[in-house]
Ligand binder design. Sequence first.
Ligand code: IMP
Length: 428
Amino acid sequence: MSNIVIMGLQWGDEGKGKLVDFLSNSFDAVVRFQGGHNAGHTIKSKGKTYKLSILPSGLIQNKYSVIGSGVVVDPFTLLKEIKTLQKAGINITPNNLNIADNCSLIFSFHKDLDALLENNKGEKKIGTTGRGIGPAYEDIVGRRSIRICDLMNEDVLSERLKNILYFHNILRAGLGLDKVSFNLILKEILDIKDEIISYSKDSFDITRKLSSKKNVMFEGAQGALLDVTNGTYPFVTSSHTLSSSAFVGGCTPMSSIDKTIGILKAYTTRVGSGPFPTELNDEVGNFLKLEGAEIGTVTGRDRRCGWFDAALVKKAITLSSIKSVVLTKLDVLDKMDKIKICTSYDIDGKIYDYLPNRIDLQNIVKPIYEEVAGWKSSIRNIKKIEDLPENAIKYIRKIEEICGINIDIISTGPDRSETIVVNPEVIK
Ligand code: IMP
């Protein structure tokens, strides 16, 4: 094996949790490098279901796991998630979980701001997860974040807290929110700081520890199209979700990453607002939602559903140097008569093979489709690609051809065992 990044190539929820868990056995360590508890990874393993939002999926397989510097950490949610998993029998101690000490923290005032700014946007809202992710990342670039290392000295912590509340209280006054009490927040932090510190490690110590491991997996959260710069801005998350983000947020130098595996769902979904050229607001979209159980892990919101959009995916593949692809939820299409793949867009009479950044053009795209016949049978227990129905193989080959990639693993159901390994090299 080697050091790899695993990331979603659509708008998140591609089924990364299952794949990270499936591949974890081949790795010595798993690292989260961006996002926060806005991520939702569902893992089914040995008859149990685990829902993770901030912890690396590698913990389920008892692998050394890292929350890297690029992650924004809500310390209260983190401790709650640790306790829930421990109760479910998962081993989590400072020996198998480390948090980079330069991770920035999310507080209740970030959440307040997230909610208020969303409400004020009315119909133009982003549809965030409401977890305070955006405001926490704003504080990082505003250089006023409180980081885990600031918890280690009470004078430093007080000074940093005064500094961040100076800004937030001015903002809150302007927005009509109550002032945040310094003493209250300080007490809340002091109550939990020792437990958080017990898991933390200097980010450079983590870098050195990771460099001593042979096979490290960098686990992306969200998906390429939610990248704050290259996604469907402003309807994006606030972190960089492309593979290059693993170098910045994963406590690892660029040279140590060998390749990126992309996860693709066999159709497209999106939670929250924003452009979605292949969205199906009809009975087919509803069928995909029900058949694929497309309900958000974090917020419980229905996911919007549509046909596979190869034009969007091709851009994600190029920007993240994807060398290998995992296709998930193919079984959701088992009952379809016909399946469409969007290959390009007609925008005001001009053909585009990518989604342009201009919002005015995004709003008027007309997808151009190729259609393939469905296979109309269950593929859940099939273990080899050659045993799949002919039309399922045709659909897979069509995606490979249009996107210019190889599909190396196919997921045919939520359980670990429901997986077809097309190219065994990927898991070696
Ligand atoms: P935020 O990350 O909470 O600020 O939300 C910004 C956008 O990203 C919203 O459209 C969310 O629905 C979306 N989003 C954030 N995290 C995830 C995820 O893990 N899966 C899918 N969508 C997400």
